[in-house]
Design a protein around this ligand. Structure first.
Ligand code: GTP
Ligand code: MG
Length: 370
């Protein structure tokens, strides 16, 4: 791989391009001003000028496994994956809580969502929906970004007694970047200061324009406390999802995405996985980012053991050799040996990246010093 040109390197070091060319000649290399230099040449030349170089932005992306495309005939309808996003405390978990008729918000540490929870819900007419909850706290940008990538539709929760806030805007940007439709849930309508029109106007400034303002974004005014408006919200979600004709092939080996992972005292490494295609089964060998393993056991969101999980189904999985990262893609492979080989290769890449980072001076630093 070649990096910057002779003239770029000269600029970074604050010397004339001719000096770099002369140095290269002294080192036995004929170069021209616009020629790109390879890593070892850059290092050698920089050393001559008293610099040590580190290649910070030369990150090698981990190669994705190429998955075979499905024959359209094998595709079957799957549950929509709906991610709930919005500013901290605007009521995302409460909304899901009401939908699930359980009490997740109360049990969470300090009432702040710290992870991406995933839940399967059956609507009254038995249609399945998979919901992902995301944290609104500003520290969890990466999780929101991943949530927006793994989803079909975003429900954007905005508190009617508050306003469009920084993480509301961030959520809009994630959804737009992922090309994911946004359905607005204006929450806390039971509160005295609720002003849904103000929220709609503010959203319009960020190009989220509700239908009554002539836009294409569906919106519902709801209260996660009383449940008002939630059936209408779900209807809108289902209508939007139906238009998308979401399908997957349950009769193939699975792939999916890691939503979160942690070490459990009793179970060891556990990861929440969302299956995106195929059917994941106990005993399957897999690779997930730089980790690999074999599915030892799977539990659904209620803590019940399951033997398999099809498209759009979230499960908690054990059997990893190491802790994967949220967002890592999980792919089932025919045997564990292959999974291990790929994982090792990826670990090698990550180690090399770490090593590069541990050197002293970066081209970045160089340019900053000048
Ligand atoms: P993070 O996960 O931390 O981003 O917050 P969240 O968006 O999940 O908010 P959460 O559901 O935890 O609710 C925050 C607070 O608002 C809690 O005290 C809820 O009881 C309250 N709340 C949520 N929805 C409503 C609502 O519709 N009406 C009223 N009055 N209070 C609500
Ligand atoms: Mg929450």
């Amino acid at each position: 791989t070649e990096f910057i040109t002779v003239s770029d390197l000269a600029d970074l070091m604050g010397v004339k391009a001719n000096e770099v060319i002369t140095t290269c000649m002294n080192l036995g290399m004929m170069v021209s001003i616009n020629q790109r230099l390879d890593a070892s040449t850059i290092e050698l030349v920089a050393e001559e000028f008293g610099y040590e170089v580190e290649f910070v932005d030369a990150e090698e992306a981990i190669e994705e496994i190429q998955l075979e495309e499905d024959d359209p005939e094998d595709l079957e309808p799957r549950a929509p994956i709906i991610t709930v996003m919005g500013h901290v405390d605007h009521g995302k978990t409460s909304l899901l809580d009401y939908i699930r008729k359980s009490h997740v918000a109360e049990g969470e540490a300090g009432g702040i969502t710290q992870h991406v929870g995933a839940y399967e819900v059956q609507t009254d007419d038995d249609r399945p929906i998979t919901f992902l909850d995301t944290p609104g706290h500003e520290a969890f940008t990466a999780m929101r970004s991943r949530g927006a990538k793994a989803t079909d539709i975003v429900i954007l929760v905005v508190a009617a007694d508050d306003a469009v806030m920084p993480q509301t805007i961030e959520a809009i940007n994630h959804a737009k970047a992922g090309g994911v439709p946004i359905i607005v849930a204006i929450n806390k309508m039971d509160k005295p200061g609720a002003d849904p029109d103000k929220i709609k106007q503010q959203l319009a400034e960020y190009d989220v324009i509700v239908e009554e303002y002539g836009g294409t974004n569906q919106a519902a005014e709801v209260s996660a406390m009383t449940g008002d408006g939630i059936p209408e919200l779900l209807d809108k979600v289902l209508i939007e999802a139906e238009l998308m004709e979401l399908k997957a092939n349950p009769d193939r080996t699975a792939d999916g995405v890691v939503l979160e992972a942690r070490v459990d005292k009793g179970k060891g490494i556990v990861a929440n996985i969302l299956v995106q295609n195929g059917t994941l089964e106990v005993g399957d060998a897999f690779v997930a980012g730089p980790c690999f393993g074999r599915v030892r056991a799977m539990e659904n969101e209620h803590g019940n053991r399951v033997e398999s999980a099809g498209p759009s189904v979230p499960v908690q999985l054990t059997g990893f050799d190491d802790i994967p990262q949220a967002g890592d893609k999980l792919v089932v492979l025919e045997d564990e040996k292959k999974a291990k080989d790929i994982a090792n290769q990826r670990q090698q890449i990550r180690r090399e990246q770490e090593l590069r980072k541990s050197k002293h001076l970066t081209l970045d630093d160089l340019s900053r010093r000048l």
